[in-house]
Design a protein. Structure first.
Lengths: 456, 308
């Protein structure tokens, strides 16, 4: 046990001291920040005129939607069914439907559109709605006060009680009128982003394990080491050491990305937003992610409203669940693949010989990232379900599904199978590895490897 | 007293048998040579002693009891395929390998300081291995093999890849280790070094042990009562002076002298030979031809192959 710790320590330290690790640590967050910041930038700079039809069953928002520079509103008197029918033929960009509510003030709205709804439009509508509802609440509170019903209300309580967040569900209407639930951009981005990150991490750190094994073989140090420790200890020590490098990198990326995003959004949309962003960031670890807690600053200027919207959406995501499931699926997905990467490294003499083994090993990973675009459209479908259960594809595919919400038992099955997959590949890989590392100058093929596996 | 014994070790790989009931006994404080052609099974046996492989059958005894996993810390192994991490610093690497052999960090630092001072290489401590010459790397490799002061040392083809200066240094160190009480197994097909260093040998060919014993005894056993004689040039035919039972194996001559190799029957002494020749020719020298380990090796291996 002491020896495996020594191995882990060496594997870890030699890697985090490398220049390439430092470079990756800096480049990664820049890239991630760009993914978050660029859409905001693009969203704020498009100024094509968009026409939005409004059906307001509550009657609370009559004349409240004011035209902006690039959004025009017009109210329809028809019911929602016929409006949907005529929508595809109209020139309208989107159809906003605020359904009647009997008791409470409306906090839900549906937005129909032919394409993904522009984040700009959605944010504008949301701001108008929440502002109007807050006004209404304030009026009601003030009315209570003047009647003297409620005594000694704190201003804080008052402000908290009127804070409102509005849910706008977007629904895509096809050209034939069929409806498809469309997810918020942020879930989508997170889902694609998380899965690409897992894909990338497994690939990157798996290959690091493989290269490490090949290095030990070509340096001819491996036999010196296995005269002190068991081959299995050497293999696991390397795999765990590299896993810790991966986790370190991930932790640094998360921290640096938040710092960069905060910095960029601050310089990009003024001091107020930065303060807000910072406030939200500091709030996150302590206060959880209750969307109701988010403070809505009055969105007078457009860019500020944009950032507000993104931050708002980010806050509505359950980050503890996202990050912990990311860590689980990264860690065990990596462990499962890394064992096989180590086996390949042990079997070959040089990196050039790895091709024939790499393709079948990485095929499930590549397949799941290719299918990601379909899975993201239909995250509850059978393809998504099965691929998120099968251990070889589950790390990537489950990450796609998680931002949209996955039943707990499906996640549990997937996790258990991944764990079993990890044990199975490690057992298999250890057999290949321990024979392979002591074979020099031999061209290895699948038949040869099969012999090693059967050998006791 | 044997420090290490392997009894009837058999190891089967899927395609071939690597060892077939091989036994060796290594007496404490001696140098034991493990000889044999390439692919005979030497390295497999050595890996079994190092517990890298487990044998299919047979028993391994170390210090009078069964060999145990913890015994790797009492064994030092310099494999034939050897090397170091190229990108790692010399000192750090030596510490790592020493700790893998069970030394505490502090103890490893102390002993390494001693060895580095002895080889006058303290200045290499913070250099990367790839910056060192091959010979320098071999020195480091040797140090990390012996750093934990193992009772049993195993060198597999230790001289391959060393330049002559380092070969000498290594020989001296091996003899010094023996003098300080270590037991050494070393595998080679460099027969000259076997004669120089080994007390006992075992010869393995085609997975079987075909010869073993004390080096001197083996050489005497294979001596053929052959002598080389040099004498003044003469017109007389050497064969006419000797009985038919004496074989003349080779003849040669230089400017003033003639030479010949003569194999005599078993019971004949060199005195008999001289008494027959002295009356007729002027003798310059007479030497017994003792078979080198090389000759014995070739003889035994080829004979075996013929009979099989």
């Amino acid at each position: 046990m002491k020896k495996i710790l020594l191995i882990i320590q060496r594997e870890y330290l030699t890697r985090v001291r490398k220049r390439s690790f430092v470079i990756m640590t800096i480049l990664g967050p820049l890239l991630m920040a760009a993914i978050v910041v660029v859409p905001i930038y693009i969203a704020t700079t498009t100024n094509e005129l968009k026409q939005v039809a409004v059906i307001d069953e509550t009657g609370l928002f009559t004349e409240k939607f004011k035209d902006s520079d690039n959004i025009r509103f017009h109210y329809l008197d028809t019911d929602i069914q016929s409006a949907k029918k005529t929508f595809t033929k109209s020139k309208d960009y989107a159809l906003l439907y605020i359904p009647r509510t009997d008791v409470a003030l409306p906090t839900n709205a549906l937005l129909y559109a032919g394409t993904q709804v522009n984040i700009n439009v959605k944010s504008y509508i949301r701001n108008v709605m929440s502002k109007r509802i807050e006004d209404l609440k304030l009026e009601a509170q003030l009315a209570d006060l003047t009647r003297g019903d409620s005594t000694a209300i704190h201003l804080d309580d008052l402000l908290r009680s009127i804070k409102t967040s509005v849910d706008i569900n977007t629904i895509k209407i096809g050209s034939n009128g069929e409806e498809e639930k469309s997810y918020t951009e942020v879930s989508m981005i997170l889902s694609i982003f998380g899965s690409i990150l897992i894909y990338f991490f497994i690939f990157m750190f798996g290959s690091q394990v493989m290269r490490g094994v090949i290095e030990e073989k070509t340096n001819r140090i491996v036999e010196v080491i296995v005269s002190s420790v068991k081959p299995f200890q050497l293999m696991m020590g390397k795999i765990i050491g590299v896993a810790m490098v991966g986790l370190t990198q991930f932790a640094l990326w998360v921290v640096l990305t938040f710092i960069i995003i905060t910095g960029v959004t601050a310089s990009f949309s003024g001091k107020a937003t930065a303060e807000m962003a910072q406030q939200q960031l500091t709030e996150q670890p302590a206060g959880g992610f209750d969307p109701g807690k988010v403070i809505h600053l009055p969105a007078e200027t457009q860019p500020q409203g944009e950032v507000n919207e993104v931050m708002d959406a980010l806050n509505s995501i359950d980050f503890p669940v996202m990050i912990s499931s990311f860590l689980f699926f990264f860690l065990f997905g990596y462990l499962m693949y890394a064992a096989l990467f180590a086996a390949i490294g042990g079997a070959v003499d040089s990196e050039a010989d790895t091709q024939q083994f790499m393709l079948p090993l990485t095929a499930p990973l590549i397949l799941s990232i290719i299918l990601a675009q379909f899975i993201v459209q239909n995250p509850e479908g059978p393809l998504a379900f099965w691929l998120s259960i099968i251990p070889f594809t589950s790390p990537v595919v489950m990450m796609i599904r998680i931002p949209f919400g996955v039943p707990i038992y499906e996640v549990a099955i997937s996790m258990v199978l991944l764990l079993l997959g990890f044990l199975a590949t490690t057992w298999l890989a250890a057999k290949i590895y321990r024979t392979g590392i002591l074979m020099y100058g031999k061209k290895v093929n699948y038949r040869e490897i099969w012999k090693w596996i059967r050998q006791e | 007293m044997d420090l290490f014994s392997a009894i009837d070790i058999t190891k089967q790989f899927t395609a071939r048998k690597a060892l077939d009931a091989v036994s060796i006994h290594v007496p404490e404080g001696t140098i034991f040579g493990l000889l044999g052609p390439n692919g005979a099974g030497k390295t497999t046996l050595i890996r079994i002693i190092n517990q890298i492989f487990a044998p299919d059958a047979g028993e391994l005894l170390f210090r009078g009891r069964k060999l145990q996993p913890a015994d790797v810390e009492a064994i030092g192994y310099l494999p034939e395929e050897r090397g170091l991490y190229k990108k790692m610093k010399v000192g750090e690497q030596a510490l790592y390998l020493a700790q893998l052999k069970g030394l505490s960090r502090r103890e490893a630092e102390k002993r390494l300081a001693h060895w580095f001072a002895k080889f006058e290489i303290m200045g290499w401590w913070n250099r990367k291995v790839e910056e060192l010459s091959k010979g320098m790397q071999q020195k480091i490799q040797f140090i990390v093999t012996v750093i934990h002061e193992p009772r049993l040392l195993i060198f597999d083809e230790p001289f391959s890849g060393f330049d002559p200066i380092n070969v000498n240094l290594l020989k001296e160190e091996i003899l010094a280790l023996k003098a300080s009480g270590s037991t050494i197994i070393f595998s080679t097909h460099n027969m000259a070094s076997v004669e120089e260093l080994c007390d006992h040998i075992a010869l393995i060919n085609n997975a079987r042990k075909i010869l073993d014993g004390n080096v001197k005894a083996i050489k005497e056993h294979f001596a053929t009562n052959t002598f080389e004689i040099w004498f003044d040039k003469t017109d007389r035919e050497l064969g006419t002076l000797l009985p038919d039972s004496f074989q003349i194996l080779a003849k040669e001559q230089d400017l003033s002298r003639q030479g010949a190799r003569i194999r005599m029957p078993k019971d004949v002494t060199p005195n008999d030979l001289l008494s027959r020749l002295i009356p007729h020719i002027g003798i310059h020298s007479l030497n017994e031809i003792i078979p080198s380990m090389n000759d014995i090796f070739i003889k035994v291996v080829t004979e075996k192959e013929v009979t099989e």
